[in-house]
Design a protein around this ligand. Structure first.
Ligand SMILES: Nc1nc2c(c(=O)[nH]1)N[C@H]1C(S)=C(S)[C@@H](COP(=O)(O)O)O[C@H]1N2
Ligand SMILES: [Mo]
Length: 305
């Protein structure tokens, strides 16, 4: 909570002062000044050196072809149904092996955080891909602020459970809540971000508002949406797709053209929007993010898939 940061170190003690602006702040400001009406807020962010130079997919493509099983298993279900999700107020409970556990309001998490636009390749296990201009900040920034205890080796994440607003949760498609996990060194890697927006605007609900993970060298299902819980653990945490089908989905889920999904090859991908007959392109190891190779040196990636 707010008090924790006041009594210990504040966000601004550990990160450079940043321009922070989001719709919440804007609405609060507008209310204080006596304005009413819709706030067409753009996020304030800086461009990141981590971006690819590939052309991004359109906003339309990124927000109408989604996987978000809490709203149904169809690609168009999230766009049709996720609008009903209440994302403000929002808090993230951070616990386990951390120095300063607590339930942190999203506004407090974002205070003093510099948001960056990072244009990342995004690769789904279903062998399609997109290029998305995410807005976010390194997960490492948040973990640094809450203080990771020496015994922590993994980070576990959970999505909101709210069947009244998430109709898919009325069915046992997955064992809710949706869960994901990373090894601590993967979580601390600068490419791993918590995203709060895309295309310069706050995150659309169907893409995981108000805060979701993006791990660009892993298959899309690792990028858990609408996060309400982050736990630092000593043991490898259970993850939703591995629980559902351990043979098809491992813990690591690194993009790898040489390790096939049991039912289809992962050697090529179809870039969304490039047209059904535009052909496929070769998939790159780690989705082309070679920087992460050191994390897996000495590991047999066909065994740890
Ligand atoms: N909570 C939650 N997170 C999720 C999913 C989901 O069903 N529920 N689907 C995953 C899968 S399989 C993919 S490919 C990406 C899709 O992200 P996008 O819709 O923003 O492209 O979200 C991932 N995160
Ligand atoms: Mo996916």
């Amino acid at each position: 909570m707010k008090e924790r940061f006041k009594s210990n170190l504040t966000w601004s003690d550990v990160t450079p002062k940043a321009t922070f602006l989001n719709r919440r702040a804007l609405i609060a400001g507008a209310a204080a000044l006596g304005f009413a009406g819709p706030a067409a807020a753009r996020l304030s962010y800086r461009k990141s050196a981590y971006s690819t130079d590939e052309d991004p997919n359109t906003f339309e493509e990124i927000t109408t072809y989604n996987n978000y099983y809490e709203f149904g298993t169809g690609k168009d279900d999230p766009a049709a149904r996720a609008g009903a999700l209440t994302t403000d107020p929002w808090a993230v409970e951070i616990g386990g092996l951390v120095e300063r556990p607590g339930k942190y309001d999203l506004g407090d998490i974002l205070k003093g955080v510099t948001l960056e636009e990072r244009i990342y390749r995004f690769r789904c296990v279903e062998a399609w891909s997109m290029v998305v201009p995410w807005i976010g900040f390194p997960l490492a920034t948040l973990l640094g602020r809450v203080g990771v205890q020496p015994g922590a080796k993994y980070v576990a994440f959970e999505t909101l459970v709210r069947p009244e607003e998430m109709p898919g949760q009325k069915y046992p498609i997955l064992d809710w809540p949706y869960r994901e996990g990373l090894r601590l060194d993967e979580a601390m890697h600068p490419l791993t971000i918590l995203a709060t927006g895309l295309y310069g605007e706050e995150m659309p609900n169907q893409n995981g508002a108000p805060i979701r993970l993006v791990v660009p060298w892993k298959y899309g299902f690792k990028s858990i949406k609408s996060i309400v819980k982050i736990s630092l653990t000593a043991d490898q945490p259970p993850t939703s797709w591995n629980m559902q089908n351990a043979r098809e989905y491992g813990f690591y889920s690194n993009v790898n053209p040489d390790v096939s999904h049991p039912r289809w090859s992962q050697a090529t991908e179809r870039r969304l929007g490039s047209g059904l007959f535009a052909g496929r392109q070769p998939t790159l190891l780690f989705n082309g993010y070679d920087d992460v190779a050191d994390l897996y040196s000495g590991m047999d990636l066909s065994r740890y898939y």
